[in-house]
Design a protein around this ligand. Structure first.
Ligand SMILES: Nc1ncnc2c1ncn2[C@@H]1O[C@H](COP(=O)(O)OP(=O)(O)OP(=O)(O)O)[C@@H](O)[C@H]1O
Length: 195
């Protein structure tokens, strides 16, 4: 099936905010295979958009329409771990419904306890599991947070293994990471701009 022109997500005059709208309305669509990197100043609404797309916030107005059958996954900027958490990496993958055999880059983390992983190891495990879920749309909030050079390069390897039909929308301040990922930079201002 040729999915190159398929629209995965359509935003129509979408109003985002908490108690009241914080941004101008957004009208935008995401097509199969597109790779976008939201960047721009702190507080400009990147996380707000990703939280709304991933159903953590209700839009204040307008429409957010996922095409039928399109699956999305979301990597939050932070994921707090309980201080004592006796689960291991393979438990995490199992909970995500993922076969560990396909993920050589995180094999060394599978027998480690989640509460004993470093911040970067935890971020890599979470990123790898989100990418391995095979969803059509990958939403990532600051995926290069906490990463040293080696893990950062491993994360880029994982991103480079996305299938041509998979789409990416990530928020990032990390210009080098954005460039290396091949994603096109996009600002919230551009999304709210009306021609
Ligand atoms: N829980 C909240 N309640 C009310 N306003 C909030 C809440 N969280 C964030 N905001 C506000 O929403 C706006 C957008 O914040 P958001 O976190 O989306 O910015 P961002 O572009 O992701 O910033 P950063 O680059 O710092 O991660 C900011 O003005 C922020 O103060």
């Amino acid at each position: 099936m040729n999915t190159s022109k398929q629209t995965y997500l359509q935003l129509d005059q979408l109003r985002l905010g908490y108690q009241r709208p914080l941004l101008e309305p957004i009208s935008w669509s995401l097509q199969a295979g597109e790779r976008w990197a939201l960047n721009g100043p702190n507080g400009s609404g990147k996380s707000l958009l990703l939280k709304t797309l991933s159903d953590q916030l209700t839009p204040i107005g307008g429409e957010c329409l996922w095409s039928q059958g399109v699956r999305w996954v979301f990597l939050a900027q932070e994921h707090q771990r309980p201080a004592l958490w006796p689960l291991k990496g393979h438990d995490w993958l199992q909970a995500m419904g993922i076969q560990p055999g396909h993920l050589p880059l995180i094999e060394h983390l599978l027998n480690q306890r989640l509460d004993q992983l470093s911040g970067g190891q935890w971020q890599l495990l979470r990123l790898a599991s989100v990418l391995a879920a095979g969803a059509e749309v990958i939403l990532l909030d600051e995926p290069s947070n906490h990463l040293d050079a080696k893990v950062r390069s491993q994360s880029l390897t994982l991103l480079s293994q996305l299938q041509p039909h998979q789409s990416l929308l990530m928020a990032s301040h990390d210009q080098d990471f954005i460039q290396a990922s091949g994603a096109q930079p996009l600002t919230i201002e551009e999304l709210t701009h009306v021609d």
